[in-house]
Design a protein around this ligand. Structure first.
Ligand SMILES: NC(=O)c1ccc[n+]([C@@H]2O[C@H](COP(=O)([O-])OP(=O)(O)OC[C@H]3O[C@@H](n4cnc5c(N)ncnc54)[C@H](OP(=O)(O)O)[C@@H]3O)[C@@H](O)[C@H]2O)c1
Length: 219
């Protein structure tokens, strides 16, 4: 069973990732800056798994320990803090697969705009920091609210970008293990800028048209 650390697994996108990967038989560890916060969240997650009749249980640890003991680490942390968190975990994440769902964006008036770092995308900046890890990007276009509700049904595509083909395949398998998600190979890590920039579009469409939980499907 592959071990997946979800750093910031206590937050919005972390809920669905933790629950759905546990249901898919990954061994999930929620990482947090606060073990106490993680313990409380994981109690909630495990009670949901129990109600679903799923026997798997989610663990928790501080971000450093979670990164050290897992094969794959998902950086489910707001972009303003994701880079400093990556900096602080360079050693723990050496040689490991690191998944970036991170979307750098800001609000201009009533509109969200893509606001990438000078490296071109959040994923490329994370790869420049974690130059001894295998960085793959995925999940940027998955809306947290619907994803976190285990009664939700959806049929969404998840573009996956990465330069290490083996690591990308491992992450595509992880995405495909979640019911309702289809992983698509979207090319090298530098294509992450194309994927990340879809998210502010989805949010603007949602707000301006009153249709929420938008994601993407290629047909
Ligand atoms: N929300 C969405 O619908 C969605 C969809 C796709 C992708 N994403 C991306 O996923 C990432 C997480 O988004 P989110 O909405 O889940 O974020 P969030 O709920 O606001 O925060 C997630 C977690 O990040 C940790 N965190 C907060 N401030 C931090 C800091 N200063 N340093 C280190 N960790 C900190 C917290 O965990 P602890 O307090 O436990 O450490 C928090 O629970 C973002 O990069 C976002 O762009 C979000």
């Amino acid at each position: 069973m592959m071990k997946v650390a979800i750093l910031g697994g206590t937050g919005n996108i972390g809920v669905g990732l933790s629950l759905r990967l546990a249901v898919a038989n990954y061994s999930v560890v929620v990482g947090s800056r606060s073990e106490d916060k993680a313990r409380k969240k994981v109690e909630e997650y495990n009670s949901i798994l129990n109600k679903l009749g799923c026997e798997n249980r989610i663990g928790f640890a501080d971000n450093s320990t979670a990164s050290k003991i897992c094969d794959i680490t998902i950086l489910a942390i707001p972009y303003k803090h994701a880079f400093s968190t990556a900096e602080s975990l360079r050693e723990e994440l050496e040689g490991k697969i690191v998944v970036s769902p991170v979307v750098p964006m800001k609000k201009e008036g009533n509109t969200f705009v893509y606001d990438p770092p000078e490296e071109g995308s959040a994923a490329e900046k994370i790869a420049s920091i974690l130059d001894c890890s295998k960085v793959v990007s995925a999940f940027q276009t998955v809306p947290a609210k619907k994803f976190s509700n285990m009664n939700s049904k959806f049929d969404w595509d998840v573009p996956v970008c990465g330069d290490d083909e083996k690591a990308k395949k491992t992450v595509m398998d992880l995405v495909n293990s979640i019911d309702g998600l289809r992983a698509l190979n979207a090319g090298p890590l530098k294509s992450s800028r194309l994927v990340e920039s879809i998210t502010p579009l989805l949010i603007n469409l949602a707000i301006k048209n009153g249709i929420y939980d938008l994601s993407i499907k290629f047909v």
